[in-house]
Design a protein around this ligand. Structure first.
Ligand SMILES: Cc1cc2nc3c(=O)[nH]c(=O)nc-3n(C[C@H](O)[C@H](O)[C@H](O)COP(=O)(O)OP(=O)(O)OC[C@H]3O[C@@H](n4cnc5c(N)ncnc54)[C@H](O)[C@@H]3O)c2cc1C
Length: 327
């Protein structure tokens, strides 16, 4: 049996999520060492068109489960289909994204296959022919290494951390249609209402401007929105700001919010409690703006600005706009 690694492609509104390519990049790297190949499962309805770009990003084979019953995500149905696919194709490992979607779906598949799952992995290596998995636990206080018993070895991979392959347009997809034979699910999603404005999700943003209790009220987030817009990023929040009702929970970064790995994270009026750091410490560059020079976040930040955010943030926005105008 070849040592293939199966990735579960994540897509929304007819477009693949970037993390789907990241999963394939990592699966390709590891499968090459194991003498196997990277494969992708694509579930949904009317999604065959997405297969081409999965192939370009490294999927040697794409299992296509295209069926009306899969039109909207249902954890029950999706887990059944992937578990059945895994039983038939016997991959050595299955990778999903550590996004909200992957965190919901992954454990259900693992339970059906009666195997373990390592969540939110930040590094994967091989020890012989088995995975050695690195993942933060206890809100990032400990970096643990895990080995999984059983096969397939299941892992969710933190988005924005694993590099995708360069796309190769000459690669055409090898598609195998996978028949969907599942009972009617007990719960059905009847509608999905997108958030007004179609704003960029913090979990996917390359640049995040985040605000905490230091913002003093919901109306003041306007200055963060202006900076985020100038930079082409998203606005995030600490739990203190979300609990105060200033921002929606979808924007919360941290242990009980989203885990983000942007290139740039600008924290404004956020002290850097361990639970907040758990969600953003793997950002490539961290900038903290705070009037208190003793905050824990300054120990982690690449750049620290001590001062009043209400003066500093508009100045940065102004400079960014100026630089953009200059070309
Ligand atoms: C189980 C559990 C889970 C949790 N999960 C999360 C989570 O997911 N995410 C999260 O964020 N927190 C989480 N928390 C809460 C966390 O412990 C902190 O309470 C929270 O992160 C604090 O938010 P903050 O930094 O915005 O507020 P504070 O700690 O109050 O910091 C506000 C900062 O603003 C600065 N400031 C004020 N005015 C200005 C100004 N004008 N200019 C510049 N700086 C200014 C202050 O100096 C201060 O440092 C969790 C806690 C628990 C117990």
């Amino acid at each position: 049996m070849p040592n293939n690694i199966l990735t579960i492609a994540e897509h929304r509104d007819g477009a693949l999520k970037k993390v789907s390519y990241e999963l394939l990049g990592e699966a390709t790297r590891l499968a090459a060492k194991l003498g196997g190949s990277a494969e992708a499962a694509l579930l949904g309805q009317g999604i065959e068109g997405l297969a081409a770009s999965l192939a370009q990003y490294g999927a040697q084979k794409i299992y296509l489960a295209d069926d009306p019953v899969l039109e909207r995500y249902s954890p029950e149905t999706y887990a059944q289909v992937v578990a059945e696919l895994a039983r038939r194709t016997q991959p050595v490992a299955i990778f999903l994204s550590a996004s909200t979607w992957g965190k919901d779906l992954g454990p259900r598949i693992a339970a059906k296959l009666w195997v373990g799952l390592a969540s939110d992995c930040t590094r994967l290596e091989l020890e012989g022919d088995r995975l050695l998995i690195t993942r933060p636990i206890f809100a990032g206080k400990i970096i643990a290494q895990a080995r999984l018993k059983g096969t397939p070895q299941m892992a969710t991979l933190r988005p924005n951390l694993f590099p995708p392959l360069d796309p190769d347009p000459s690669r055409s997809p090898s598609i195998e249609k996978f028949p969907v034979d599942v009972p009617t699910p007990r719960a059905v999603t009847v509608d999905v209402i997108p958030e007004a404005g179609g704003k960029l999700d913090v979990a996917e943003a390359e640049i995040i401007v985040s605000g905490g209790r230091g913002m003093k009220g919901p109306e003041n987030y306007k200055i963060l929105e202006e900076l985020a817009e100038a930079l082409g990023g998203a606005v995030g929040a600490s739990r203190a700001a979300v609990d105060a009702g200033w921002r929606p929970h979808a924007d919360q970064v941290g242990q009980t919010g989203k885990t983000v790995t942007p290139t740039l994270y600008i924290a404004c009026g956020i002290s850097g409690a361990i639970q907040h750091l758990a969600g953003m410490k793997t950002a490539k560059y961290i900038v903290a703006i705070n009037k208190d020079r003793e905050i824990p976040l300054f120990k982690l930040a690449d750049y620290g600005i001590v001062g009043d955010l209400f003066e500093i943030v508009p100045l940065i926005t102004q400079e960014v706009k100026k630089l953009k105008q200059e070309g």
